[in-house]
Write a protein that binds this ligand. Structure first.
Ligand SMILES: Nc1ncnc2c1ncn2[C@@H]1O[C@H](COP(=O)(O)OP(=O)(O)OP(=O)(O)O)[C@@H](O)[C@H]1O
Length: 637
């Protein structure tokens, strides 16, 4: 049974979907990588150190099993249905009906349709922004697993619809107050019940909007948060056995990252007017050390996290960034990283992620604007799979696993502090402890800054996880209060030129419009009227006042210009701007004068008509002079 979102709230709890039941056999580690499993060519890789990227032609430094397409290519995608802004298969505009196990508040799923980019008007602006918005938070509830079913663990969650989830009961071991279970209601943008499929997450979580905005040049992040074993990795990548051997792209268990890649390529292929270059990196934060998952090396040497004055954010020095010319290249990055990430086993999850991972897709685009200026943007999408919070007593962690758990819990605690401070309107202006963990340093921009963020909170419905589920739901509620203001960051020189160009374009249009309007008046004016002479005179003055040559600029050449050339260019634009402004003011004055003259003529006409009427009235039997053309011809029978 499938219903539209608007009717969802009236329905009861879910039925399951077998399509999404995940197998858990196999291992992510210790298997031989499948080189060239997709028939790819040798990868071209670069390692980034902030803005300066070191070329790394050495094949020894390449990820072991990756086999990516060589070189960077500017795609010339073909236009097809759904092109232009990525509305195509996107966001909330899916043609499929909303499944009944998805509890959504109406209009909460974003898509590019709702995206309104507000270009800053001020000269020298470095950014295009959208209005301030809250972080989009959705909740996914996994099904009870076999063990939980065997042990007869009941569900502690209910789904009344309308984006709500009800948590019933008390923490195991806690005394019940007044013999009554407590009931807590939480509301999110969307709640995915246990029967939701991987495809539902793509269609209804808002990830499509994230991808569309990434393409538009925004910095976007999708992250999964939740206790260990709650389904974060399952949601983002699918079960681990998908990455063993040759992956089957049609497997319905593929997670959000795989599906997002497909969607991303579908969108950019439809944009004929833009050249795209994609690059990807994949890292993990393991015990507070950042490891490059595309180039871990045998020693798994950690990379440094540094502050960039230029971008005003943290970055990982010397992180590999792989050029991804084709979809297969991106998928190879995902597979390679999944094989290299740290996975362990404990009492609550056989394949527990022991690290936080961040897979980043950089989307560089070049688009020629109406004014002939090339506009380049750098959007990115981070997919963050957080390690799960865990109660070490429950997971029975010890030794290495215990150390990992402590680090995981510590960094999640710092993330919690940051989220809590950012969600408080007073505290958000104060100190936010981003620097206290590598994770928060690298997520700072996504959480507070100019990015677009989707949080998928994963929870278990089992009663014995009540405390952890409550924690996650509270965490998610807090995150929902965080407001961000997505901004496209641009090169300041490009932004300045673009802004001036935009002004000139608007003034030019105004100018054309005024001239056309004046020309109409000109034609309408009776011959010999003084207004015509005045108009000609004025228009002569206007056209002789212009004539400043419009400098042609290719933004790609901007970096080659030195300071004085750039200053000269900006000066020319400003002069042209000023001249157009003056010309337009002048045209406005001319128009005013003509309108005034017209009014005088109209009034004069009215006066004459009135006079004629009076004459006719005073001479009712008089013979009227009738023009020959106005004579009435006798009608022929
Ligand atoms: N929606 C789901 N449908 C079917 N199985 C699921 C679902 N979510 C999770 N699982 C299964 O539950 C188990 C734990 O999931 P997963 O490893 O994704 O949890 P996690 O939150 O990433 O845990 P950790 O933090 O320990 O890494 C896996 O066997 C996974 O396949």
């Amino acid at each position: 049974m499938v219903r539209r979102a608007s009717s969802v709230p009236h329905l009861n709890s879910s039925g399951g979907s077998s399509a999404d039941s995940a197998g858990t056999s196999g291992s992510r580690r210790g298997r031989a990588p499948v080189a060239g499993s997709r028939g790819r060519k040798t990868p071209s890789t670069t390692s980034t150190g902030q803005s300066q990227r070191q070329s790394s032609g050495s094949s020894s430094s390449m990820p072991r099993s990756r086999s990516l397409t060589n070189g960077m290519r500017r795609l010339s995608p073909q236009k097809g249905p759904g092109s232009g802004g990525g509305g195509g298969a996107g966001g909330g505009g899916s043609s499929r009906n909303t499944p009944y196990f998805l509890r959504s508040r109406e209009n909460e799923i974003g898509s590019a349709d709702t995206l309104e980019i507000v270009a800053s008007k001020s000269t020298g602006s470095e950014e295009c922004s959208t209005p301030e918005d809250n972080i989009n938070v959705v909740v996914r509830v996994r099904p009870l697993n076999d063990k939980e079913k065997r042990d007869r663990h009941g569900s502690t969650l209910q789904f009344p619809g309308n984006g709500q989830v009800i948590l019933e009961g008390n923490d195991v071991g806690q005394k019940r107050s007044h013999n009554r279970d407590s009931v807590r209601v939480f509301t999110y943008n969307v709640v995915f019940e246990p029967g939701a499929t991987q495809e539902d997450i793509l269609d209804y979580s808002g990830i499509k909007r994230i991808i569309e905005m990434g393409i538009e040049g925004f910095s976007c992040t999708a992250f999964c948060y939740g206790q260990t074993g709650s389904g974060k990795t399952h949601t983002l990548t699918g079960p681990p056995d998908l990455f063993v051997g040759k992956p089957n792209p049609k497997d319905p268990r593929h997670g959000l990252i795989f599906r997002s890649f497909l969607y991303l390529f579908q969108l950019i292929k439809n944009r004929k007017d833009v050249n795209y270059v994609l690059k990807a990196s994949f890292m993990e934060i393991y015990n507070e050390r950042v490891i490059d998952l595309l180039n871990p090396g045998s020693a798994r040497k950690p990379l440094a996290v540094r502050w960039s004055k230029k971008s005003g954010g943290f970055f990982v020095e010397n992180l590999f960034t792989v050029d991804c010319e084709e979809l297969d290249d991106l998928l190879a990055v995902l597979e390679e990283g999944m094989r290299n990430r740290a996975v362990g086993s404990h009492a609550m999850n056989d394949h527990s992620s022991r690290s936080h991972t961040i897979l980043t897709v950089h989307i560089l685009s070049d688009q020629q604007t109406d004014g002939g200026v090339f506009l380049s943007k750098h959007g990115k999408i981070n997919f963050v799979d957080l390690a799960g919070s865990e109660l070490t007593k429950k997971t029975m962690s010890e030794g290495k696993t215990l150390e990992e758990a402590n680090n995981i819990n510590k960094s999640l605690m710092v993330l919690g502090y940051c989220i809590s401070s950012l969600s408080d309107s007073k505290k958000r202006m104060g100190h936010i402890p981003y620097r206290d963990s590598q994770l928060t340093k690298l997520l700072a921009d996504s959480l507070a800054g100019n990015g677009v963020t989707l949080m998928i909170a994963c929870v278990s419905p089992a009663h014995y996880n009540h405390a952890e589920t409550l924690n996650t739901l509270r965490y998610a509620s807090r995150a929902k209060r965080i407001r961000t203001k997505p901004v496209i960051k641009m090169d300041p020189r490009e932004a300045l030129i673009l802004s001036l160009k935009r002004d000139i374009h608007a003034l030019q249009m105004e100018n054309d419009h005024l001239k056309a309007a004046l020309n109409l008046h000109h034609q309408a004016a009776p011959n010999g009227e003084p207004a015509e002479n005045l108009l000609e005179l004025q228009l002569d003055r206007v056209s002789s006042g212009g004539g400043i040559p419009v400098p042609k600029v290719d933004l790609q050449r901007l970096p080659e210009l030195d300071g004085s050339e750039l200053a000269e260019l900006v000066k020319l634009y400003m002069v042209e701007n000023e001249s157009l402004r003056q010309e337009n003011n002048h045209l406005f004055t001319v128009r005013e004068t003509i309108l005034r003259d017209q009014e005088i003529v109209c009034r004069e006409n009215e006066r004459l008509l009135k006079k004629l009427e009076d004459v006719n009235k005073s001479n009712p039997n008089g013979i009227e002079d009738i023009e020959p053309s106005q004579e009435v011809q006798p009608k022929k029978e």
